[in-house]
Design a protein around this ligand. Structure first.
Ligand code: NAD
Length: 343
């Protein structure tokens, strides 16, 4: 594609996560290139300028919007800033890919989704796991019926940090798991219970357990923690025909499909008597596409801008995830005040 037809992308926020976007955009992205960055921390902005001398650099993202000549931006700033930054960007007429979660409250997320429609620009949320080939493969297994009826799913996303200042472990980590649940099950939870504890800093839960109920008796459990000795990124999906385990820390063998199950069968010769029968069959490790999910996500964003297609991780999906987060947060606080009441 000719350089003049490439979309000019601005990056807002060059902290821990922003540099991954810069690397991909400055590399071999066909339809887009890194045009500018805004970052208020002087040392980080200087690091950006050293690494990407061809791009423009600003301390203030308002200047990037005014002078950067960009078609679209990626917002990789802390969650607490998303509402204000995304709103200004949409009002300035640029397309936006904002990191998860869309915003820090349902009211803010809904305001941004409404603004997207008014502005007629793409607003996509960085629910990166929807671009992960293992997650896509599981979606295929569920939709094709390979796993049978889904019974329950559980997610473990634990490790030692990184500990955030502006959100707790729920808002930091669980958006990934809630977005996978929504993508796979195609629906939102009908009920949930959440418990957590703030060990390091008051009112900032480092450890959270959420149990969610979905239609058709499907049960899910999400455990997130910054205070765990071992980095685990694992999901288990149990169907009545097969079961699958997704280990995102494994470099090559991320998925294992177990031909395993159990049910009750009539006892031979018995009257209305049943015995539990366990099926213990093969384990299959499927070959998966090794492409980087973040690159896939960026290419999808560019494609949506060019073609007008609705993003897979749309603003409405972003709102749905923030609704689950806010509900879980209410549960956490209600449980901790009732604990205080009992003390
Ligand atoms: N998809 C993923 O797997 C993933 C992983 C990590 C982080 N994230 C998300 O990315 C976002 C950023 O996370 P991080 O780990 O990079 O945080 P961070 O705190 O390391 O970096 C954020 C950067 O944004 C800058 N910033 C703050 N306000 C700004 C403003 N108004 N304009 C421009 N820059 C501003 C800060 O100075 C900082 O350098 C969060 O929403 C987080 O949830 C996503």
């Amino acid at each position: 594609m000719a350089e003049s037809r490439q979309l000019r992308i601005g990056l807002i926020g060059f902290g821990l996560w922003g540099p991954h976007y810069a690397r991909i955009l400055a590399g071999t992205m066909g339809g887009a290139r890194l045009a500018a960055c805004a970052e208020p921390a002087a040392a980080r902005l200087a690091a950006f300028e050293r690494q990407y001398p061809a791009a423009r650099a600003y301390a203030d993202y308002n200047r990037l919007l005014r002078d950067g000549d960009v078609d679209a931006v990626i917002v990789a700033t802390p969650t607490s800033t998303h509402r204000e930054v995304v709103e200004r960007c949409l009002k300035a007429g640029v397309h936006v890919l904002v990191e998860k979660p869309l915003a820090g409250t349902v009211a803010d997320a809904e305001a941004l989704a409404a603004l997207e429609k008014e502005a007629g620009r793409v607003l996509m949320v960085g629910h990166t796991f929807l671009f992960n080939s293992a997650v896509r493969a599981i979606k295929g297994y569920i939709d094709e019926g390979l796993l049978g009826e889904i019974r329950y799913l559980y997610f473990t996303r634990t490790g030692l940090g990184p500990i955030r200042q502006d959100v707790n472990a729920l808002w930091d980590l669980a958006p990934h798991d809630f977005s996978m649940l929504r993508y796979w099950l195609g629906t939102d939870p009908i009920d949930l219970v959440a418990r957590g504890q703030s060990f390091l800093k008051p009112d900032t839960e480092d450890v959270v357990f959420v149990t969610l109920s979905y239609p058709d008796r499907v049960l899910a459990s999400v455990h997130v923690s910054w205070l765990d000795p071992v980095k685990v990124r694992s999901v288990t999906v149990v169907g009545d025909r097969k079961m699958v385990v997704f280990d995102d820390t494994h470099p090559t063998e991320k998925l294992r499909i177990y031909d395993r199950g159990a049910d009750y069968q009539p006892r031979e010769g018995g009257f209305a008597e049943f015995i539990a029968a366990v099926r213990d069959g093969d384990i299959v490790i499927p070959r998966l596409d090794q492409r980087e999910p973040l690159r896939e996500q960026l290419e999808h964003f560019v494609d949506c801008i060019v073609t007008g297609r609705r993003p897979i991780a749309s603003a409405d999906d972003g709102v749905a995830i923030v609704k689950v987060l806010e509900r879980a947060q209410r549960e956490l606080r209600a449980a901790s005040s009732s604990r205080l009441g009992m003390a």
